[in-house]
Design a protein around this ligand. Structure first.
Ligand code: PLP
Length: 355
């Protein structure tokens, strides 16, 4: 069926690498499935996409992405259900956000239907790469970059849109030490913080490295103007629970509108928790921690779903949270999200898209 589909040109691999993969020991993001999707933009339009064996690209050294960074990406996961079927979690949200990122970086949008079809076909072809293990998943990485061979600063007239996938094991276990960052900024009003634009992540590496040298694994960014309000973490939104209340920063121009964030808030509301989306002075969180009222604090994102925070550091003083294994909400929501994604719990909100 695939080879005769004329929406995309399809060249299957002649020798699958699947049998060489040790699914019990997959290093995150370093093992790539057999195929990739690729589609080119030129002459003012997208041309026919293709699925080809995963392979290197050849680039002109003047490719504008290398110099001026017109490059955006997305990240989502495909899961195997007990009946063998494979689903993506809310991919239409990733597609929508991809096009929001594209617009901000002056890049052409990708037709959502073509995007979804590319996901369906690529993941369908490499379905055997979706781990059977209930803690594994297939990480899906769509991205787009500028390909003009020109070193003037202007929007490129040509682009490549691609998707590849990586089988991944359990992302992370254990709680992290985070530092409240009040010197550097990830994102400012008017900037590109709400876009999944490559440069945002490059700019965050140095402050993160300094924090790592102080013994912290992650940063919690504060607003660029006053360094007073909590924004988010490296590639995760952050949430705090006190009593029956879940608090998180509102999405804005400076914060990435996370799909995990939205899903967790939706579940919390449906369970009767009070959800507050509002500016959070970091001093409020430290005060809660001092008073022993900060029940839970965690990052939320596709890679880890829920990443519990063990310690929050500010100006050299560490505030310790209770053992995350005792957390009521974090435990419940991570179990529910996992169950929905893998089909062991009812998908009440219709979040799964079967490929
Ligand atoms: C991707 C990302 C998130 C999380 O988004 P999800 O859709 O939940 O994966 C949060 N913050 C930043 C900066 C991100 O890049």
């Amino acid at each position: 069926m695939l080879a005769t589909d004329n929406m995309f040109d399809i060249t299957p691999t002649e020798s699958s690498r699947l049998s060489q993969i040790d699914f019990d020991n997959i290093p995150f993001g370093r093992v790539f499935s057999d195929h990739m999707f690729s589609m080119e933009y030129r002459d003012g339009k997208w041309h026919k996409g293709e699925i080809v064996p995963f392979q290197n690209l050849s680039m002109n050294p003047a490719s504008s992405v290398i110099h001026y960074g017109q490059s955006i990406f997305e990240g989502m996961k495909a899961f195997r259900h007990e009946n063998g079927k494979v689903s993506l979690f809310r991919p239409e949200k990733n597609i929508e956000r991809f096009n929001i990122s594209a617009q901000r970086m002056c890049m052409p949008e990708v037709d959502p239907q073509t995007f979804m079809e590319a996901l369906d076909q690529l993941i369908g072809m490499d379905a055997d790469w979706v781990p059977n293990d209930p803690s594994g998943a297939l990480y899906v990485r769509p991205f787009m970059f500028a390909t003009d061979e020109y070193i003037g600063v202007k929007p490129s007239e040509t682009y490549k849109f691609m998707i590849f996938t990586c089988p991944v094991g359990k992302y992370y276990s254990g709680a992290v030490k985070v530092k409240i960052e009040t010197r550097f900024a990830r994102s400012a009003a008017g900037g590109t913080g709400y876009a999944k634009a490559a440069g945002n992540y490059a700019g965050a590496l140095y402050p993160a490295k300094l924090a790592q040298e102080e013994g912290y694994q992650q940063l919690i960014w504060t607003d660029a103007k006053e360094h007073k309000y909590i924004e988010e973490s490296g590639t995760m939104n952050v949430m705090f629970k006190t009593g029956n209340t879940l608090i998180t920063a509102p999405v804005s121009e400076t914060i990435l509108d996370g799909i995990t964030r939205d899903s967790v808030l939706t579940l919390a509301k449906s369970w009767g928790y009070e959800v507050q989306e509002r500016p959070i002075p970091f001093t409020e969180i430290l005060d809660l921690a001092k008073e022993g009222k900060l029940d839970e604090a965690f990052g939320v994102g596709t890679a880890a779903t829920i990443a519990p925070i063990a310690v929050i550091g500010y100006e050299g003083v560490d505030f310790e949270l209770k053992d995350h294994n005792t957390w009521e909400f974090g435990t419940r929501v991570s179990k529910a999200m996992d169950g929905i994604k893998r089909g062991t719990e009812e998908d009440k909100f219709n979040w799964n898209h079967f490929v």
